[in-house]
Design a protein around this ligand. Structure first.
Ligand SMILES: Cc1cc2nc3c(=O)[nH]c(=O)nc-3n(C[C@H](O)[C@H](O)[C@H](O)COP(=O)(O)O)c2cc1C
Length: 220
């Protein structure tokens, strides 16, 4: 199938992109409104963009419906300049889903999902205690592109539960963390438990050896 997206409907575009750009990590974002009320919602238009400085990007659409009403997360981040990305694993996946209900502004989704929070290290926005890890972020900028707000954030602190840290690196024990990813938009997720496989990264020299076993002899 070939599809010209310049002539496609928004629904067609959505179906293609969420089906093909998958699995996606989930940024379960906590943010505060100007009155200090806590908000939490998941976003899978999310990834890290770089490490020097540490930058993440999140894409936030409008609320469903014909009117252009932005989501609380994007508004809170614009107003306060801070947010926390909580990482989603199997143990908090159901609670994360409750936070995606389109509650009216001012509702604390975390209370409804029976979750607790604790203070962050550098930002005012608390992190979700039950999440395996959290990234504390300060807004770099929010770009309004059509009906999407692309939020770039600088990660200023990271919290990871000790059981998921190999202190040698430190590394994340990703095979223990059991993160979940989002597939399409129909409630489909993917588990990472027992799902790891490895492909050895090759240097150019390794590749030449593998593809031309006599190369060493000829050079000698
Ligand atoms: C797993 C998952 C991923 C989601 N990803 C996005 C996303 O990338 N962008 C978006 O605008 N909404 C996304 N949503 C929908 C929002 O979470 C939902 O609209 C939420 O109510 C927004 O809350 P807020 O108004 O408190 O910010 C996602 C929902 C789920 C369950």
């Amino acid at each position: 199938m070939d599809l010209d997206l310049t002539k496609a409907t928004t629904n067609q575009i959505y179906n293609m992109l969420i089906g093909l750009v998958a699995p996606r990590p989930i940024a379960w974002i906590t943010s505060l409104d100007l009155d200090g009320k806590l908000n939490a919602a998941p976003f899978s238009a999310f990834n890290y963009m770089g490490v020097d400085p540490p930058v993440v990007a999140v894409g936030v659409g409008n609320r469903p419906g014909s009117q252009i009403i932005g989501k609380d997360t994007a508004r809170n981040i614009r107003n306060t300049g801070e947010f926390v990305i909580n990482i989603v694993n199997e143990s908090v996946a159901e609670a994360m889903n409750i936070c995606a209900v389109d509650f009216p502004p001012g509702i604390n989704e975390l209370e409804i999902a029976r979750l607790t929070t604790e203070p962050s290290l550098l930002v005012k926005v608390p992190r979700i205690s039950e999440a395996p890890a959290s990234l504390e972020c300060r807004e770099i900028t929010t770009m309004e592109i059509g009906r999407t707000r692309v939020i770039l954030g600088r990660v200023v602190a990271v919290h990871v539960k000790d059981e998921f840290v190999d202190h040698a690196g430190p590394y994340i024990r990703a095979d223990e963390l059991h993160a979940v990813g989002r597939m399409n938009g129909l409630g489909s997720y993917v588990k990472t438990r027992d799902a790891f496989f490895h492909i050895t990264r090759m240097s150019h020299e390794d590749w030449l050896k593998k593809n031309n076993p006599d190369a060493d002899n000829r050079e000698g």
